[in-house]
Every structure is written in C-alpha cells, then in structure tokens.
Design a protein around this ligand. Structure first.
Ligand code: SF4
Ligand code: SF4
Length: 427
C-alpha cells in the first residue's frame, strides 16, 4: 500500500468524532482492532449477526447486533463501519446501503486498509494424520520442518513494512504449531510489534504448553471432530482423553496468564459425529470457549482436482468422501456455478516454514504452487504479480474451486439453530 493511499483513509480524521465499529467479531476483526490501536485509532465496538456473540465482549469491546447499530439509538451518532468479513462482504455492503450508509463515507472494507492477510507456517509437521487433511490423505509428502524465532522476526518486520495495517498473523496451516519449541518466543515477538497472532492446535499432545499461554497468543483455536472413540476416526492418531485433559488445562492456563485470550473450538461435522456436537458445545460453555461448528470438507484442493479429473485418491481421502455431510459432487457443481465470483483467498499470503511462498495455502503440493523461493528476498509486488499469472489460480478459477471451501464453512440456518439449542441447554 502506498503512503498516499494510507493517508487518504479517513480513520485518523474520524477518531473521536464518529464511533467506529468493526463488523465481524472473528479473527480478522480482532486483528483490525490491534492494527487500529497501533495507529492510535479507537473503536466503539464490534457488530456481528451471530446471536451467540451479541451482548458479550471481545478484547473488552462490546459486540452489538447489526440492528442495534444501523436502526437503534446508536445510529444517531453516525457510525462508521469497517467490514472485516471476506465471505459475506457483498451481503454486508447491501445491508449497510439499505440502511442508508454510503461506501467510503460511512463504511469501508478491511482490505482497503490491509490488502493482505498472512499465514506464516512456523511448524510444517503434525503429530496427527487426519483423513481430511494433507498430513493424512496425500500420496506424497512435501518437505517438513520448523521456522526459527530469529527468522520469524525478519519475516514479520518485512510484512509490517509492506502492509502497515496488518491486523492478524496466522501461525499455522497444515501443521501443529505447539510442536515448535520456539513458539513462545515467536508469540512474544508478535506481541512486541502489537500484531495479533492466531494459534491453532489439535491439543492431542503430551508436551506442556504453559509457556505458550504465558507468552499470550492473540487467539487460540482448537480443532475437533468427535467425542470419545469417535474423535480419532477423523482426527486420526489422536487421543481423546489427552485432548479433554488439555482443554481443561488450557482453560486454567488462560485464567492464570491471559484471561482476555479468546479460545474457539472449530468442530468439523461429518455424518458420523453430529450427535457429539451437543457434548462438545456444552463443554465449550463450561470452559468459556466459543463453539464454532461447520461442515468438514475434503482438503487440500489438490484432492478435489484429482477427484474431478477422475484420478486415484488415497484410501484416507476416499474414506473422507464417504462421511461428508455435503457430498463432493454437489459441492463441485455448486462451486462451478459460482466460478464467476471473487476468490476470498487471493488476499492471503502463505509463507511456509522454509520461507517459500505458495500461491495458495488451500493446495498442498508445491508443484505449480510456488510464488517465491524466499519471502525475505522477494518483494510483495513480485509475489502478487506471479500469482496473478499462475497456472494454479487459472485452473482453480476455471473449475470454480476458489468457492469450494466456502460452501462447507458458511453458517447455515441449521447450524445457527444447533448452536442456539446448545446455548440454551448450557444456560
Ligand atoms: S487437520 Fe490439523 S491436526 Fe489434523 S493432521 Fe492436519 S494439521 Fe494435523
Ligand atoms: S484462485 Fe484458487 S488457487 Fe488461486 S488463491 Fe484463489 S483459491 Fe487459491
């Protein structure tokens, strides 16, 4: 982003004169809160349509419903909205405009401030072999290793130089970050630069993670797909007793070291584990974690391309297909129908543990998926230019696969109803 573009944003000017709201109390929204604080800009709160979040607070900022801000008494103070959601960008713009808000004057998009999001894979190794993930379902493994804290610091400084409104940095993609012994230092380096870092873990580990929590990650995600014996069917090689013990320990450690850290549980729904969702939801309520169910998908997209082309999948990938709630044929057809729509991942820069930059983190194989050998030695402009002309993106868009994941992760009325029922049961 150029200096002139930055100085033309209205935020500094708005500070103190109009209330600023961040639409979307998810990781991107929390990241934008950090970025604005770094720039000396205060916000009034979050807006989120999820009833489970409304009335609560994220990082001491209240969460309001869209109606409260757009049509309630808050409207009188001329709210300014930053839309931090990528998946629902157009829907939210339509809601804002229907309420009389004008683009640029009354609301803007997250990417107008921070055009790119970053995944820095600090650990490319995982202890599990989940059947819906490349760690468990790809025929060949790519090189795997870990990033040192010293290298990470150089990466982060370059990112901030190229993207001053960087809000959040995701420290994972196809790997278990808690396996990296330098993770506490990596988190501290991120906090020193006032950037929010997101950690995700399977928590099926015997190693102690108190130092990680003491370092205060910005947010913590746990991925689950069952309870008891069901768990390890799809979190293959996982140990449910260990996970349960670690979830309780995480809750204790959070209370001791960083009570403000949001913890969310991503629950991957398959045909066989729907009955366990209630138990997991109640456990989340007990531990103060946010419960986020969504349908599981077959990933990485390399497998979906193989499927479409009639190629041979591995037994693990085949097993995944049999238990998907949204059958792959239906998802492929729906995605193809959306091929003309935008890609929500083109703003994501994926930097692997050895500094290679991928065109896209949804694909695993490095063949055709490498934008740079070294992030540190390649400018952002060059990386973007290479991606724009990449064969991978062209093929992916041609099949509509850039819309594929969204079909599985979008919140459906049924899921909203389910989370509502769990919340009622927990209260
Ligand atoms: S889904 Fe996560 S926990 Fe499971 S194998 Fe992949 S990286 Fe590991
Ligand atoms: S077009 Fe496909 S490969 Fe390219 S960034 Fe989007 S999802 Fe990834």
């Amino acid at each position: 982003m150029s200096e002139s573009r930055l100085s033309s944003t209205p935020l500094q000017h708005l500070n103190g004169s109009r209330p600023i709201y961040l639409w979307g109390a998810s990781q991107a929204g929390m990241g934008m809160l950090y970025a604005l604080r770094r720039q000396g800009v205060d916000i009034t709160g979050f807006i989120d349509k999820r009833k489970a979040l409304q009335g609560g607070a994220i990082y001491d900022q209240p969460v309001y419903s869209p109606e409260e801000v757009l049509y309630g008494p808050r409207r009188a103070s001329r709210p300014f909205i930053i839309n931090t959601t990528f998946q629902h960008k157009n829907e939210i713009s339509a809601v804002c405009e229907a309420a009389g808000l004008l683009p640029g004057e009354d609301y803007l998009y997250y990417e107008e401030l921070s055009p790119f999001d970053y995944q820095v894979v600090v650990c490319g190794i995982c202890n599990l072999r989940c059947i819906s993930c490349p760690m468990g379902n790809m025929p060949a493994k790519e090189p795997a290793g870990m990033m040192s804290a010293a290298t990470y610091a150089r990466v982060l400084d370059k990112i901030l130089q190229e993207n001053p409104y960087l809000g959040i940095i995701q420290l994972y993609n196809w790997g278990e970050p808690l396996l990296n012994p330098e993770l506490p230092e990596i988190i501290r380096l991120t906090n020193e630069r006032q950037v929010l870092c997101a950690v995700s873990s399977n928590l099926s580990l015997t190693r102690d993670f108190e130092e990680v929590i003491r370092a205060r990650p910005g947010c913590f995600r746990i991925s689950l797909s069952g309870w008891g014996e069901t768990y390890a069917i799809t979190h293959t090689k996982g140990n449910w007793s260990l996970v349960l013990k670690n979830m309780r320990r995480l809750s204790e450690l959070r209370a001791r070291h960083c009570p403000e850290m949001p913890v969310e549980v991503t629950y991957h729904l398959y045909r066989h584990n729907q009955n366990d969702a209630m138990k997991i939801g109640l456990l989340c309520a007990e531990l103060g974690f946010v419960f986020r169910p969504h349908m599981a998908a077959l990933l990485p997209l390399d497998n979906v391309v193989t499927y479409i082309n009639g190629g041979q999948l591995t037994p693990a990938a085949e097993q995944t297909l049999e238990i998907l709630l949204l059958p792959i044929d239906q998802a492929v057809k729906m995605a193809a129908g959306e091929r003309h729509l935008a890609c929500n991942f083109e703003h994501a820069i994926n930097i692997d543990w050895d500094l290679t930059v991928k065109h896209c983190g949804l694909y695993y194989s490095r063949a055709d998926n490498q934008a740079a050998d070294s992030y540190l030695e390649t400018s952002l402009a060059e990386i973007i230019a290479r991606r724009r002309t990449s064969r991978l993106c062209r093929t992916c868009r041609g099949k509509g696969l850039h819309r594929f994941c969204r079909l599985y992760t979008s919140e459906t009325p049924e899921l909203e109803e389910q989370t509502h029922t769990i919340r009622e049961a927990a209260s």
